[in-house]
Structure formats: C-alpha cells, structure tokens
Write a protein that binds this ligand. Structure first.
Ligand code: NIG
Ligand code: FE
Length: 426
C-alpha cells in the first residue's frame, strides 16, 4: 500500500525527545503490516502495479498512540463516587470507607470472565478508533491469585498480544483451568490494539487483610505464576496502599523472574517511590504528581521513563505533575490516560495530549512525542511510536492539516482513519 499526499507527517525519526521530525508533502509505503519506506511524495519509489494507493489530500499523519498506563479491565462504574468527590469528599476518605478501588474489586470479582473481556474489548475498540494502537493494561481489581490472573487473561483476550505467548494456568477454585480460546471467540476477530499486560497485584491490600500478609500472598502465590502472563510488574506505593519497602521486595523478586518493572509513584503524597524506581532501574515511574527535582535527577540518570497522567489530575481536580520540570531535567516523558473507573475514566489520547499542553505546560511537539515514542519507550517496545522503515504500520490520519490541531481543538474528534499493523480500523 502507498499512502500519499500527506501534508504533514510526524515521524519521530531522530529518536530525540520532543523532535517530531516532520516530513512535509510525504508518502509512506507499507508492506506486510510494516513500514517499508517513508519520504517526500516526490521521491516515492516505483511500487508494484497491484499497490493500493490512498491519497489523503494534504491531511496530517502520525504514529498510532501508545497508551502506556491503563487499568481498563474492570466491571461496574463509580459515577456515584465521582459525584461524592464533586460534593467535597476526598478520594482517600472514600477508599478508607470501603469504596474506591474496593468497590471496583467487588464488582469485578462478581463479573463473569466473558463480561470482563467484553467490557475491556469495547473500551479498547473506542480507544483504537481514537488512535490508540498499543495499550498497556494492568490487573489490580482482583486481589486474589485467581482473580488477578483472570484479569491478565481478560486483557490479553480483549486485544492482540504484544509478543510472548500465554502461559497456561490452573487456578480456578474448582481446579479447572480457564479456556482462553473460548473468550477469544466471544470477542471476534476485528482489529484490536496491541495489549501489553502488567501485573498490579499490589494495587491495595485486599479488604480485611493486613498489609504484610497481603504482600506475602503477592510474593508467594501470585508472582511465581506471572511470567508468561504479563510483561511487567507494577506496585502502587502510597498512603493506603504499599510502602517503598514492600515495593522493593515485590519488584526485586519480579525482576528475578524476568518481568519489567513499573511503579505508581508520588501520586497522592511523596513516598520515595521515584527514587526506588531509579534504584531498581524500572522501565517507568508513573503519576509523579509530587516528584521533586531530586527525583527528576535520579530518574534521568537511571533512564527511567516518567509516564505522566494529566487526565487523572484533571479528573481529581488536583495539581498536575511537574511535567515541565521533569522534561527540563532530562527525563524521558510519556503521557497516558490512566483509564480506570476511579481517578481517570478517560479513553482518549487526543484529550491527554491537550491536557499535557494546556494544564501541564508541555509544548505540542513534546506532548505528541510523549504520546507516541515516549509511550513506546515506557513499554520498552522498539518497533513502534515512529514512522520509519521497519516499524509496525500503526498510523493515525487526522482530518486536519497539522498535529497542532489536537491540543488546539480539545474535545473535537479529529481522527479520520486509523491503521493497525497495516490494516484499516473499522
Ligand atoms: O492510577 N493509583 C492507583 N490506581 C489508580 C486508581 C484506581 C481506582 O481508583 O480504581 C490510579 O489512579
Ligand atoms: Fe494508575
């Protein structure tokens, strides 16, 4: 396939953060789901006579968005809690009173596996139509060995698997194993984003359990089953969740099992989790609302990506993470939705780009880069987030002449067409 007459093509070709490396009046040749050639339309190589040609009439194009932080497998919704917060209650008060994450855990446990897959697949379908071609998905609303594994499998069943093959499990209370192929039949075969599963068993301690006992459960019963079922391990370090020492213990074991590391760090308070991410060489430290210049220096030196979630602070009406400070300190920044029922019921990366600019102070080029190649760096995926030969053909075409229209026109659906691995979506 040849896509031509692209008015403005964001390539991210240099790999330098914030350098979107635009090619004007561009063309792209796609072969077998990958990008084969990129350059000025005037220099298009001669293609096979059967090549399908799409003239996009001067529209802007960019890599598909890489949403590197979501909690999108869950049942139920928390719109009532959302309203309680707007009437003055705090997130932590609601969590301490047994609501918050715990109410989603209860609804999620009560849902059937096919209900979970269907709910996740419809969220992913909307995301894909808004340009998200790769999505990280965390467990964390199960909080038992069985339910955490069920969420990881539901995430994978609802999307396309990134790389590794699924491990088999035999965890059902009655001793039977999940039948993953049956779930895939439910979902059907239409195009889905690539899913990168992350194990977040250490989201909060299960209700009625001491923190130390829950950490022991994570370490002894859950973690050994995770390799092959998730690519990363994450821990929520905060008041009401886990301590830096808990996280060090869990993540050290996870690293020994070959999992990549991520952390929910400095979200509600400053705990030292960002420094731990640097100490452990984590792939990503996320949220960082309360990060300090010392944290930024440590993350920059250790090469930990800061995955910032401006829609969460927006939805919580709390101050934004210091994105400008982190960027200026030399930290590689990604931006993501944090899609979850409690703190950020947001599926749209274009909205996140607008918030990163308007609320957090990134430039449009920084925000576009952070939503594409930044997300790929956060997930350690080398084959996406850029439009260069050899990359996966994950592409967004805007019904606009410039990527600047994304932050300039927040709330307007500007995505004209999406390509996933060389195939047009919907
Ligand atoms: O990223 N920080 C913890 N986890 C989620 C919120 C989960 C929830 O409230 O359901 C977050 O904000
Ligand atoms: Fe989160």
């Amino acid at each position: 396939m040849l896509i031509t007459n692209i008015g403005q093509l964001v390539t991210n070709a240099s790999g330098v953060p914030g350098d979107v490396a635009v090619v004007r009046d561009a063309a792209i040749v796609i072969e077998g789901g990958d990008i084969a050639w990129v350059g000025p339309a005037a220099a298009t190589p001669r293609t096979h006579p059967d090549t399908v040609i799409l003239d996009v009439e001067g529209r802007a194009m960019m890599p598909g968005f890489v949403d590197a932080h979501t909690h999108l497998v869950y049942a139920g919704d928390r719109s009532e809690e959302f309203a309680r917060r707007l009437r003055g209650e705090s997130y932590e008060q609601i969590l301490a009173s047994g609501g918050g994450i715990h109410s989603t855990v209860a609804a999620t446990r009560a849902a059937s596996s096919s209900e979970l897959v269907d709910a996740a697949a419809s969220r992913m379908g909307r995301m894909l139509r808004m340009g998200t071609t790769t999505v990280e998905v965390k467990s964390g609303y199960g909080l038992t060995a069985f339910d955490e594994m069920r969420l990881l499998h539901a995430a994978v069943a609802a999307g396309q698997r990134a790389s590794r093959t699924m491990g088999s499990i035999d965890l059902a209370p009655d001793g039977t194993s999940h039948e993953l192929h049956e779930w895939q039949v439910t979902v059907g075969s239409d195009t889905r984003p690539t899913v990168v599963p992350t194990f977040l068993g250490a989201h909060v301690p299960d209700r009625g359990m001491e923190r130390a006992d829950y950490v022991a459960l994570v370490v002894e019963e859950m973690l050994p089953t995770i390799p092959g079922n998730a690519d990363f391990c994450d821990v929520f370090v905060d008041r009401g969740a886990f301590t830096v020492d808990d996280a060090r213990r869990i993540l050290t074991i996870a690293a020994g099992l070959g999992l990549g590391l991520r952390l929910h760090a400095e979200q509600l308070s400053h705990t030292g989790a960002a420094a731990l991410a640097a100490e452990l060489g984590a792939a990503s430290a996320d949220h960082l609302d309360h990060a300090t210049p010392e944290d930024a220096a440590a993350l920059a030196v250790a090469g930990v990506v800061a995955t910032l979630l401006p829609a969460a602070s927006f939805s919580m009406r709390s101050p934004q993470a210091p994105g400008r400070m982190l960027w200026d300190a030399g930290v590689t920044v990604a931006i993501a939705t944090d899609c979850n029922p409690g703190t950020s019921n947001v599926e749209s990366m274009p909205l996140v780009i607008a918030l990163a600019c308007l609320e957090m102070g990134l430039t449009p080029e920084e925000a576009i880069w952070a939503a594409t190649l930044g997300g790929a760096r956060s997930l350690r995926l080398a084959d996406r987030g850029r439009v260069t030969p050899g990359a996966v053909a994950d592409l967004v075409i805007l019904d606009a002449p410039s990527y600047l229209h994304i932050p300039y026109r927040p709330g307007t659906d500007l995505v004209w067409k999406v390509m996933k691995s060389g195939e047009w979506v919907g």
